[in-house]
Design a protein around this ligand. Sequence first.
Ligand code: IPD
Length: 286
Amino acid sequence: MLTNVLWRSVIWSTGLRRAASGKMRVFETKLNSKDLVTATDREIEELLIRGLRQRFPEHVYIDEEGTAGASTGRKLTEEPTWIVDPIDGTTNFVHGFHCSCISVGFWLDKRPELAICHNPTLQLVFTARRNRGAYLNGAPIRTSGQTELERSLIMQELNAANLGCEHRDILWQNAVGMLLKAHALRTTGSAVMDMCLVAMGAADGYYEFYPHAWDLAAGTLLVREAGGVVMDPAGGDFDLMSRRVLAAATPQLGNQMVQLLGDKQIYHQRDDEPQKSNSNSNSIFK
Ligand code: IPD
């Protein structure tokens, strides 16, 4: 079953590569002028959901573009659940920047069981199964093992949605704090790519206030199976629907990042709440 799903993902991903040469720069906007979607997002999501549903009609589906339909809701339950982001890094995709990934996570009993992240442009396929390790193109990967923030390279997403008045200062204070303390601060424009970099040891930590469940479902397992930790940015357990994440190569590094963030925390509307217009993310740009 796993091999089949993996191969389907790889084959469908070639569609992403083909699309990248042609129609990628044609996009629509969703919640605001910086929230982009392309025909390729919808095509890949439809292929994935249709294919998975043929095999697993009883399972629950949570997806970014809504292919699975509102009937499934966006609540994480104990049920077997596929969480799909057809293109994580859509803005990158539109601009031809090379960090766009197809990301699929399978969760059961509210725990991640299976993860697939495919970056077709860079030809990177990350996979993980619970208790069976994490892999890049079939070879095992481990986090860096870094325990010191002073010696770390940290990933952070500079999502413009966090520039709403009450969040602006927090965003910059955190960025400056990390920059001053760590070796470096980087951003890829793809939450799952950030987590894959932590999993493979190319980055040591990542945090973000804003990503959705579909941005994080696969990366969570990849980081954990590679030996890292995924937690809430204020410390405590990671909550997939909370739109808050902190991933680190080691618990020691994770705790130092939590300490540095301190009470400079941002909370967005949760993914499992009825979605209303989010003033934080929409009011600052049209
Ligand atoms: C976004 C990317 C981005 C992150 C946002 C995500 P999308 O996903 O992962 O890096 O900052 O939080 O929503 O919209 O490209 O699938």
